[in-house]
Design a protein around this ligand. Sequence first.
Ligand code: ATP
Ligand code: MG
Length: 565
Amino acid sequence: MTDPAPERVPKHFIEVAIDSDLAAGRFAHVATRFPPEPNGYLHIGHAKSIFLNFGLAEKYDGTCNLRFDDTNPAKEETEYVESIMEDVRWLGCQWDNLHYASDYFGQLYEWAEQLIRAGKAYVCDLSGEQTREYRGTLTQPGRNSPHRDRSPEENLELFRGMRAGKYPDGSRTLRAKIDMASPNLNLRDPVLYRILRATHHRTGDEWCIYPMYDWAHGQSDSLERITFSICTLEFENHRPLYDWFCTNLEIHHPRQIEFARLNVTYMVMSKRKLLQLVKDRQVQGWDDPRMPTISGLRRRGYTPESIRNFCADVGVAKFNSTIDIVRLENAVREHLNRIASRHMAVLDPLRLTITNWPKNADGSDRVEMTQAVNNPESPEAGVREVPISGSLLIEQDDFREQAPGKFFRLKPGGAVRLRAGYIIDCHDVVKDADGKVIEVRCTYDPATKSGEDSSGRKVKGTIHWVSAPHATPVEVRNYERLFSVENPESCDDGKTFLDHLNPDSLRVTTAWVEPSLCDVQVGQAVQFERLGYYVADRDGRPGNPVFNRIVPLRDTWGKIAAKEP
Ligand code: ATP
Ligand code: MG
């Protein structure tokens, strides 16, 4: 074993537990796994578990497996298996071994017979409803099943009959014989096997009995010689059951450590609910950019680094809490600020004419190329050329006819700098019949070209623009949060999460963009200057991109404007 890397942050409680087990010689190395059930796409909560499990393996020079806990053929599909592998890889994690709980069906069956022979499991004929009724409640002990005292021989014969398909679905179960009076409901003779004729995505129709999740999960960890079984808090009271199985089967015994699930405001995180959104067509699919799935976040323009940084920032805790979505949005802003190239795009255009702009002999505008910095945070990103002419488009918001004092954008008699261009002075407006300003008229000052300015003139505002004859209209999908309340999963107003869908979570508009934006590759994130971060969606075509809004920039303009009279 090598020493863990030097620390920069204090150790969390799982690392402290690992250190003490390694020091005590309980385990010789760290072996973890990420064990999803392939019944849906991964979401950001899973990312937390992935980074934790793979991160510990890396830190302690151990191993991390990817294992599919595929014990429920009714809900599992190969599509989910494939998407999960793609998402784990995309997050930058590489598993040491790939396993499926279904590979252990034979071994699990053997172990079930072993328990039966030892008098520790029995075949029960109670219906599902009766089983629940007999189980009792948190305040009342359960009652023994009338079939609890069958002999091992009879149980073995019945169980083999279940396996051979002699009995109808749901008519019998195999149950562990533990303690119907245990204060822990998981120990009240839990079901190990049910009869279910369903085609499994890997084992086909080979089995008509399937292990319950609890019967498969812990032993799968044991078979893989996992040393630290890290899982979320709701499994804390399953731990005594997993311990009981390992002890009674006399097999390798991992240490289970529980941590808090990740919850994020304005998001739902249960696969069942996410599936419902997909099936009901409330979203366009599992990778809809509004979904909290890894594939949705990827299509939205999130980077693996930003998700990793977010998970690191949230940390590992023992108590459940809900994280403000703003922290996720800030994580992607922070990363994209460093890596995304800047471009100019106008979302809500207002025509601006430069009345003293030079003309060619044929009366057309002269076209000049200006140099724009691609990313002020990263000098190596270089510069690009942007065409400018006397006919521009600017944002409606950047002009006010009646402007309050602190409005440093364009107003009649005022001046601003065009980003990567010149200082312009507004002298005039053109209005339509309703009195609405439809064109702003300015002069430019040739001595003020960005990068070559010799005028010494200073203005307070800088605005973005595009040259009208060079601008391309492109589709922009402005996404908002999918839900309009902070906690859509637990509202005590008698409504379901579906009642809290935000009706304005997608607004499609047209943006007018500078030429360089037409060459952006699918999946590439860029900054529309002064507006936000956008990513080219796969629905676009070469030369004709479609952009998804990832996040707006921090909205300081909006806040100042809101305070103005
Ligand atoms: P759901 O309840 O949404 O179906 P799940 O917990 O059943 O999710 P699994 O496929 O069983 O999903 O999860 C695989 C692993 O990811 C488990 O170890 C689980 O504890 C972990 N995990 C799932 N959701 C979260 C979450 N929100 N935060 C942290 N870890 C999670
Ligand atoms: Mg689960």
